[in-house]
Write a protein that binds this ligand. Structure first.
Ligand code: ARG
Length: 586
């Protein structure tokens, strides 16, 4: 089934034709189409008239200002099913009102051909989304949770847009801390090779204890430093111990990913280690690497401190690994968009890495050209006290506990509403999980990612306002309207037609149709909150429609049930893109 393209894109095609017909001598004019600022004036607007006028006014043109230019653009539009009427306004804006029959037809087609035909078209083929990326033996904290949730949504939106996505978990599995971890393992668990994960127990506690020993016991410190050399030299025993330690962390991370339904492919820091010398050679050959206070560095214009790529002790670091990973992703994996999801605290690091790659000619000078590298930064997670989020009992928040609590609170709320007797135990369990986990994700995604957000169970689990609970229930209610009508929706799709007579029907229909361009905007700007805003507005538009237009038992029942179904389909796709499991019953 062919992808139809967004409304904007379809309008752009028409206006491109008229621009070419009306102004054949003016070159390089791209149609500028936007959603109308004021919906009272139209659905969309074309903004070319003013800039066109500025281009031609000195050249003895017959036109007398931007308004007549706009008029000429309108007069040259090809006949189409799409446009009801156009009018000029202000300094040459063209307002476009779409035909409601066309809106209705487009929705009917989507119901038959599937929502995939509403996927946006993006100018990229393969992307790397580098997200989650916790560190071995250290805590996987709420920052990693944010990265996991935001990164997964970005990956899902790109995948829906038919872009190949390499979902990369850039795990911190390399570095000097492994010397002390390995040495501590040898000391504490002599038969470590046969030992199970339980024997080592809590890896974070293990890390803390080994660090303490490292700081206080000079003999141990020396052994740990030697262990790093042995590990990096590839000595079997040390490799084995390292693998075992990584494996324990990995299992712990995996438990969180499974809960969240997030899929990742691990290529940790260690993976890039063998490629570092070669990548640094390339940079060195371009004359980019200099000696500074015993370290090897790259100076970046406008930055006070240079990017250190070889430490004073000769070792590699976070930056050398990221430069190498960028090289690898560009040249070995042939990605055309590299997306990094971390807290805003790492912005400087990525700016420097990307700037160095530009200096080396790996990335183009112009930010907007591909291949492109983007840092997707996000703010802190705060507790109710306005400080960094922590739970009462422990210093750090165990992510699994957080998800457990969201789920059990949801289960309780469902039981209070009598669902324990009405539903099977499995239904109760699954709904509590979908709503609980969905609430945690949505509370994170609905904010502009750059702002800090306050983690509050009561707020995110409220069934009123802009929450996943409210939206999931809104969807379930639509499903129940359709079920209770007793009509076969598959049958309706084949024979029925949509008529958008009432203004609230038209508004809902138009908003449904704007799905593709919103996903496109969310992808291009890497802003999942745009999709949340869209989804929330969809539920509002639906409520207005449902309040003012009787569905079941009305003369318009068939058409209105189809609108219900289309709303449910689009809502479900939004949930899917946000990594939220829809529910069908409440
Ligand atoms: N492991 C890092 C951290 O926990 C995040 C890694 C992000 N990705 C990257 N390519 N640097 O802060």
């Amino acid at each position: 089934k062919e992808i139809v393209g967004s409304v904007k894109e379809q309008l752009a095609k028409l206006f491109e034709e008229s621009l070419r017909a009306a102004f054949p001598d003016v070159e390089g004019v791209q149609p500028m189409i936007a959603i109308c600022n004021d919906p009272r004036h139209g659905d969309y607007q074309c903004n070319n008239a003013m800039s066109l006028w500025n281009k031609i006014k000195g050249q003895g043109t017959q036109f007398r200002g931007p308004q007549p230019v706009g008029k000429a653009i309108i007069d040259n539009l090809p006949a189409s099913e799409m446009i009801e009427r156009c009018s000029t306004a202000g300094p040459g804006f063209i307002n476009v009102v779409l035909k409601k029959q066309w809106i209705a037809k487009s929705i009917e087609r989507m119901l038959i051909d599937g929502i995939e035909t509403w996927a946006p078209k993006l100018p990229v083929e393969r992307t790397v989304v580098d997200f989650s990326s916790p560190n071995i033996a250290k805590e996987m904290h709420v920052g990693h949770l944010r990265s996991t949730i935001i990164g997964d949504t970005l990956a899902r939106m790109l995948e829906f847009s038919n872009v190949e996505v390499l979902r990369r978990n850039h795990v911190g599995d390399w570095g000097t801390q492994f010397g002390m971890l390995i040495e501590y393992l040898f000391d504490k668990i002599p038969n470590w090779e046969a030992a199970s994960a339980q024997a080592i127990g809590d890896l974070q506690a293990f890390y803390k204890a080994s660090k303490q020993r490292f700081d206080n016991d000079p003999d141990f410190k020396e052994r740990a430093q030697k262990a790093v050399v042995s590990l990096q030299g590839g000595e079997e025993k040390y490799r084995k111990a390292w693998t075992q330690i990584c494996e324990i962390s990995r299992e712990e991370f995996q438990r969180v990913y499974e809960r969240l339904g997030v899929h990742l492919e691990e290529k940790g820091e260690s993976f890039y280690n063998p490629y570092i010398p070669k990548a640094l050679d390339l940079l060195n050959n371009k004359g980019l690497i200099q000696e500074s206070e015993g370290a090897r560095v790259i100076f970046i214009e406008g930055k006070k401190i240079p990017l250190i790529v070889v430490k004073r002790d000769g070792g590699f670091n976070y930056a050398s690994t990221d430069l190498t990973a960028l090289w690898y992703r560009l040249n070995e994996e042939k990605a055309d968009w590299m997306i990094y999801v971390t807290d805003v605290g790492q912005r400087e690091h990525f700016e420097m890495v990307f700037a160095a790659a530009k200096l080396a000619g790996w990335l183009p000078q112009n930010e907007n050209d591909f291949p492109k590298a983007s840092h997707v930064g996000f703010g802190l997670v705060l507790g109710d006290d306005g400080k960094r989020f922590r739970t009462r009992s422990t210093e750090v928040v165990k992510l699994v506990d957080l998800l457990d609590e969201a789920k059990s609170r949801c289960k309780l709320a469902l039981e209070e509403r009598g669902k324990a007797t009405e539903w099977t135990a499995e239904e109760l369990e699954q709904t509590a999980e979908a709503v609980g986990y969905g609430a945690v994700k949505y509370a994170d995604l609905k904010n502009n990612r750059l702002t800090n957000y306050t983690f509050n169970f009561d707020q995110m689990l409220s069934d009123k306002g802009n929450t996943a609970v409210y939206l999931l229930y809104a969807h379930a209610r639509i499903c129940s309207i359709i079920r209770k009508s007793g009509r076969d929706i598959e049958e309706l799709k084949k024979v029925g037609g949509i008529v958008l007579a009432h203004p609230d029907e038209r508004a809902l229909g138009l908003h449904l149709l704007q799905f593709a361009e919103i996903v496109e905007e969310a992808c291009i700007n890497l802003l999942p909150n745009l999709l949340c805003e869209y989804l929330y507005k969809l539920s509002e538009d639906f409520t207005k429609f449902y309040t003012n237009c009787q569905v079941v038992g009305s003369a318009e029942e068939t058409s209105r049930l189809m609108l219900c179904e289309a709303t449910a389909v689009v809502m479900r796709k939004c949930f899917h893109l946000l990594g939220i499991t829809p529910v069908y019953k409440i």
